[in-house]
Design a protein around this ligand. Structure first.
Ligand code: TYM
Length: 327
């Protein structure tokens, strides 16, 4: 069976962008692949974290994975720092990467902009991400398009090692959805929806109350033309809302545009509020049950054991091919 790996950082409330770009794919893929879904806490500490908050967010993300429909009977759900191979392979791959290629990563460039010095972890973050993926002989990585450059680096590192040592790694492919792969901020559609933006109305978190969802969508930036059509360059705000509507309702963008011919932004936004609230309601209900259950910790512990067993095989091969340690 082919293998899928993906991860989410426990750095705040998971939002609609994370859900439509990545988590929705997690659920679909578990029927046909062996899936590993990780909570990448070691990526989270590339920026300062409060230890208590980090622990809480780890369990929140784990509970959300299950609440959206990741099935722990089918998929392996675990926390990155519970499997030592991630850090170990991260270092080995660091020694196969170059500062030049890491300096070109747009996420690093934007996070370190105007700073004389940036944290080393932020710089080598994509190498740890490559280690996450390569540790499990992953074939497919479901992510949003903001991760494309990191996936390309992971592929480059895998190919480089395979060419310089014995064939060591499976070269993975990124998997991006057509709609949903890049959901933009509601207050500024030139930026992606993000967990860390200051304005809470820039995003819809999966656990938002209906009143908050309504406020954020009704306030969302549009334009003055008053016509509902899809045009990312000229009408980025409405196009983003159309994208959200299309994925949440399983209708094509053309169908949605047809439904709102001659109607105003107010009617369209009201319906989008309703669709969003309906889609998120069962997730929130399941989340509340799962988050409080003792089962959650058991699932994560057993997930780490299963992940560890797979990773140990890869690490033995890596060490052999690099000449590390004793036989
Ligand atoms: P993170 O935690 O920022 O985001 C988790 C997932 O959500 C996707 N995403 C979006 N998709 C659509 N629209 C958006 N506005 C949006 N914002 C985020 C991301 O593409 C991602 O799929 N580096 C990764 C975590 C990671 C990882 C990995 C992913 C670490 N190791 C190995 C895959 C494989 C990150 O920061 O995701």
């Amino acid at each position: 069976m082919k293998r899928v790996f993906s991860g989410v950082q426990p750095t705040g409330n998971i939002h609609l962008g994370n859900y439509l770009g990545a988590l929705k794919q997690f659920v679909e893929l578990q029927e046909d692949y062996q899936c590993l879904y990780c909570i990448v806490d070691m990526h989270a500490i590339t920026v300062p974290q409060d230890p208590k908050e980090l622990r809480k967010h780890i369990l929140d993300v784990a509970a959300l994975y299950l609440a959206v429909g990741v099935d722990p009977e089918k998929s392996i759900v675990f926390v990155q720092s519970d499997v030592p191979g991630h850090a170990e392979l991260g270092w080995i791959l660091t020694c196969s990467s170059y500062t030049g290629e890491l300096s070109r990563m747009t996420q690093f460039k934007s996070k370190s902009k105007n700073k004389e010095s940036a944290p080393t972890g932020l710089f080598s973050y994509p190498v740890l991400m490559a280690a996450d993926i390569l540790l499990y002989d992953t074939d497919v990585v479901p992510v949003g398009t903001d991760q494309k450059q990191h996936i390309e680096l992971c592929r480059d590192l895998a190919i480089r090692v395979n060419n310089t040592k014995k064939k060591t790694f499976v070269v993975p492919e990124g998997r991006y959805l057509k709609a949903g792969a890049r959901i933009m901020s509601l207050d500024d559609p030139s930026k992606k929806m993000s967990k860390s933006a200051e304005n809470i109305h820039s995003r819809i978190s999966l656990l938002d109350e209906p009143s908050k969802i309504k406020k954020s969508i009704m306030k969302a930036t549009t334009d003055s033309e008053g016509v509902i059509r899809f045009d990312v360059d000229e009408k980025p705000g409405i196009s983003n809302l159309l994208n959200m509507y299309s994925v949440l309702s399983n209708k094509t963008i053309d169908d949605v545009v047809g439904m709102y011919e001659g109607k105003g932004y107010g009617d369209f936004k009201k319906d989008l509020v309703e669709i969003t609230v309906e889609a998120l309601k069962p997730i929130k209900e399941r989340f509340d049950d799962i988050r409080e259950s003792e089962e959650l910790i058991k699932i994560l512990k057993s997930g780490a054991e299963r992940a560890n067993a797979i990773s140990e095989k890869t690490m033995a091969r890596v060490k052999e091919n690099f000449g590390l340690g004793l036989k």
